[in-house]
Design a protein around this ligand. Structure first.
Ligand SMILES: NC(=O)c1ccc[n+]([C@@H]2O[C@H](COP(=O)([O-])OP(=O)(O)OC[C@H]3O[C@@H](n4cnc5c(N)ncnc54)[C@H](O)[C@@H]3O)[C@@H](O)[C@H]2O)c1
Length: 419
């Protein structure tokens, strides 16, 4: 009879899943693993597409302007996806890992209570930077930046940049917008501001290792013999004319800026700004757009100097601000023309103003001022290629956005000049 042998080794019975380690068992139960995987998938998808979603976010309320113009919102991308840059000389960091965030910059804006400066301040504050405005309120107004009072990331200092006792302390970028631009206010202090003010700010930028952006002007081209004007054109400026304190002041500011760049290694950016218009412009600064708009609202004749056939190009302020930010963050010193290449004669501009405000407005011709440039139109190929920037707001869309602001201010005649 065969004997029944019992094996000395009796295999263990197969374990039921219940006997797996408790954590795995927990995951396998009730499709929890599936839920976790789906969660991870949704999370990763969100972080990957978030930058593009931000483009559809709410409009930038700090511009407080109605309108259909589009504002480049690259700098308002989720901070974790932005390139982190330090603006100290020679240091540009790469991408920051998700979640760490863009370094908050401290930015000094001289002339920040003025027209362009205040719009730039709005943009910088909106994207999370700390901003220190230095202004002597010569043409600027507290009203332009009052909506930031109480914000701990905003400071306003009344100071004349011509004076040497300038603010110290750590700052990453310094933007030199302080200057008097208008034909009515061209004084010797204009030259001083452009030269001494720029020199002082360059000294500050050198001391604290900040990047410096100079807002120069298309006036450096004078009455141009080249059309449209490229950055390579050296200009045709009368050095002893009535406009020369502004034109030559800016040319000197550019020279000083480049000298500090080459000689002292200060990181520089130079913008050559063409005629810009928009809300918060000085009402009576003698610039042609503000002149025509204010005159049409006040039911006065539009004053055209000369035959009105001289041309200019007009850029809406949000386009300029986008260009300045792109330049500030980019890697190219410049100079860069920032302007709208659409070219209008003064008479054509007067017609657009009439269409927009009052079709019954009349035109009054006056003798032209000396050295008035015959033509002005920027060639912006360099900015298009290297800054990926071009203006988006045409004159007929931008002008109504400025008119509402002018109407309110003229109605209140509130120009207490912010002093
Ligand atoms: N708006 C344009 O069409 C245009 C065109 C070309 C260049 N720019 C340049 O852009 C910059 C800003 O122009 P804007 O149109 O805003 O002019 P703006 O007059 O409105 O602003 C200039 C600001 O600088 C301040 N300021 C002047 N002198 C100063 C000083 N010594 N110390 C401190 N603050 C001082 C003024 O009070 C004002 O707030 C200027 O440098 C100007 O030359 C403007």
């Amino acid at each position: 009879m065969p004997s029944i042998q019992t094996s000395p080794y009796s295999p263990k019975a197969l374990k039921h899943p219940r006997s797996l380690p408790r954590s795995i068992n927990y995951l396998l139960k009730e499709q929890r693993l599936l839920f976790i995987l789906v969660g991870i998938l949704i999370g990763s998808t969100f972080f990957i597409i978030q930058p593009s979603l931000s483009r559809f976010g709410p409009p930038d309320t700090h511009y407080s302007m109605p309108g259909s113009f589009s504002v480049t919102r690259r700098e308002e991308m989720p901070i974790s996806y932005q390139e982190s840059r330090t603006y100290r000389v020679g240091k540009v960091a790469g991408r920051v890992p998700v979640g760490i965030g863009r370094r908050r910059l401290r930015i000094v804006v001289t002339g920040g209570a003025g027209f362009v400066g205040s719009h730039l301040v709005d943009k910088l504050i909106a994207r999370g930077d700390d901003v220190i405005v230095i202004d002597n309120f010569f043409t600027g107004r507290k009203e332009n930046v009052m909506h930031h009072f109480g914000n701990p990331r905003f400071e306003l200092i009344r100071h004349d940049v011509v004076r040497t006792d300038i603010v110290g302390g750590g700052s990453d970028i310094s933007l030199g917008l302080s200057c008097l631009t208008s034909s009515l206010q061209i004084l010797d202090c204009d030259y001083k501001t452009n030269v001494m003010g720029t020199l002082n700010m360059l000294g500050l930028a050198k001391r604290i290792g900040a990047r410096f952006l100079l807002t120069s002007t298309s006036e450096v081209y004078g009455d141009p013999l080249e059309h449209p004007q490229k950055e390579t054109y050296w200009g045709n400026v009368n050095p002893i004319g009535v406009r020369s304190c502004y034109d030559e002041g800016k040319r000197t500011a550019e020279t000083l800026t480049m000298d500090y760049h080459r000689g002292a290694g200060v990181e520089e950016r130079i913008a050559r700004i063409f005629n810009t218009y928009g809300p918060r412009m000085c009402l009576d600064d003698g610039r042609v757009v503000s002149n025509f708009v204010a005159q049409a609202i006040r039911k006065q004749p539009l004053t055209v100097y000369g035959d009105g056939k001289q041309t200019r190009s007009f850029q809406y302020v949000s386009d300029l601000v986008d260009g300045l930010v792109a330049l500030m963050e980019g890697e190219h010193v410049g100079p860069f023309n920032l302007g709208n290449p659409g070219e209008f004669t003064m008479l054509e501009l007067a017609e657009v103003v009439k269409e927009t405000i009052d079709s019954s407005a009349t035109i009054e011709f006056r003798p032209n001022t000396a050295d008035d440039p015959h033509k002005r139109k920027p060639d912006i190929s360099r900015a298009k290629e290297l800054l990926n920037w071009e203006p988006k707001v045409p004159l007929r869309k931008g002008l109504p956005l400025m008119v509402t602001d002018f109407q309110n201010r003229i109605l209140n005649e509130d120009e207490g000049k912010g002093h």
